[in-house]
Design a protein around this ligand. Structure first.
Ligand code: ZN
Ligand code: ZN
Length: 451
């Protein structure tokens, strides 16, 4: 089948091969997504339709009360034999995995994760390793991981991202989502608005590096963010329709990752900031803000940086070339060791293979920026203003400044200068760095953000 030229409903992208004009064939192996009031009622129907007979449901004590008990009752009432297990080991580590294996009935042919984040990650990972399919029943929508094909768990005390598979069916019953803590919904919204920046980063990669870009997938993600931005003020009222839209947007942006084959359509510098803050929080032993809250703050910071860059006017490319040639890798490495502490080894290894800061590559990118500056400027001018996004976030009660999520000025400076090193992915931060303006403009953004 041909990839749609205009964005369509989420259902039209599921479980089919889409041959795209971008040169890729897109595929997401999710069979069905049910979002709306009473969506849980469709669970038995999906189990039967896909030919499963004995589901094993996984909950924690809270999600059992919120949705697990209802799932179990519903399945029993419709004649489906099931076992619902409430996890006792909630570290989402080796012990949790062991508990799942011990409790799994030998004749179970499907696993259903009832919850958000950790439980659904664990269900995807354990079912993948046990050779069983899995479903997700969401009890909240704080981030876009529902459609992911990875599992995150703690191994030997370290958080690892491991290969897993996609869930076959995702159910987001808005009657249940309404009961989730409001902060969770706001975080989900924050993760979604991050797409404003990451789509911009992807376009910059296309313009400067001739990076592969899929306009259809970008339009799909952009369309859903724009839709949710219009409806955002109704989040505060817990309007079930808008909660459903947030969940749908999060599933869709996760599906875009699967469709594209990597996280380019859903993760840019705003996510690199969040990853860096996680590193810092872990080393300090402090509890960080929720992922989506961090992404919201990162997005405001990146929009502010784009504004400061535009204020600079046309950059001086000769100064940029001189700055690139003066690069001292030893100095940079010392700074990375300081900024990343125990996590520096991984960052240095990544740069050894990616070489994104190496002089010849930078000179090439500077040439490309000079040739395409009008296009880059036009792209940056399409971004919404940091002030308008801040106002919207305040209205719904989402953190929008670094202080509100526990990030002080020194960490913020390191974030601007070094968070781009967590991935080998081109973003506005690399662009500003290549121009030799990162330190200067970051200083201006920090002065605007930390008052
Ligand atoms: Zn995210
Ligand atoms: Zn495509």
């Amino acid at each position: 089948m041909k990839m749609y030229s205009e964005p369509q409903d989420l259902g039209k992208y599921l479980d089919r091969e889409l041959v795209c004009a971008c040169g890729h064939t897109h595929h997401v192996p999710i069979r069905a997504v049910e979002i709306g009031p009473g969506a849980l009622e469709t669970l038995p129907e999906h189990i039967r339709r896909l030919g499963y007979r004995k589901p094993f449901l996984l909950c924690d004590p809270i999600t059992r009360r919120v949705a697990g008990e209802r799932c179990e009752r519903l399945l029993r009432e419709t004649g489906i034999d099931c076992v619902c297990h409430t996890l006792e080991h909630l570290g989402f580590d080796e012990a949790t995995l062991g508990e799942i294996v011990i409790r799994l009935p030998r004749d179970a042919d499907l696993m259903i994760g009832v919850g958000t984040g950790s439980i659904t990650d664990m269900t995807r990972f354990s079912s993948f390793r046990l050779g069983l399919p899995c479903f997700t029943v969401a009890t909240g929508a704080p981030m876009d991981g529902f459609a992911a094909s990875i599992g995150i768990l703690n191994v030997n005390g370290l958080k690892l991202t491991l290969p897993a598979h996609c869930t076959e069916v995702i159910i987001g019953d808005t009657d249940i989502l309404r009961t989730a803590p409001y902060r969770m919904t706001v975080a989900g919204f924050g993760d979604l608005i991050g797409k404003l920046n990451c789509l911009n980063d992807w376009e910059l990669g296309r313009i400067v590096n001739d990076e592969h870009y899929c306009p259809q997938i970008a339009a799909l993600v952009r369309g859903c963010v724009e839709d949710i931005l219009r409806k955002a003020p109704r989040i505060r009222e817990r309007d079930p329709e808008v909660l459903g839209d947030v969940m749908r947007g999060l599933v869709l942006s996760g599906a875009a990752i699967s469709l594209y084959g990597n996280s380019r359509p859903a993760s840019g510098a705003e996510h690199h900031m969040s990853h860096y803050w996680e590193v810092v929080n872990e080393q300090r032993g402090t509890e960080g803000a929720m992922h989506g809250e961090q992404v919201a703050v990162g997005t405001v910071l990146m929009l502010t940086l784009a504004e400061e860059l535009l204020r600079e006017g046309t950059p001086d490319f000769e100064t940029a070339r001189a700055f690139a040639r003066a690069y001292d890798e030893a100095v940079w490495e010392k700074e990375i060791r300081r900024a990343y502490g125990g996590a520096a080894g991984e960052i240095l290894a990544l740069e050894r293979s990616a070489r994104k800061n190496a002089v010849p590559e930078r000179l090439r990118r500077i040439d490309s920026m000079e040739a395409h500056w009008a296009e880059i400027r036009a792209r940056l001018e399409t971004l919404p203003s940091a002030a308008s996004l801040t106002e919207l976030l305040r209205e719904i009660g989402c953190p929008c400044t670094p202080q509100e999520i526990g990030i002080d000025a020194p960490v913020l400076r390191d974030t601007f200068l070094y968070c781009k090193e967590v991935r080998a992915r081109y973003t506005l931060l690399q662009l500003v760095y290549d121009l030799g303006l990162l330190e200067k403009l970051a200083g201006r953004v920090i002065a605007r953000s930390v008052t």
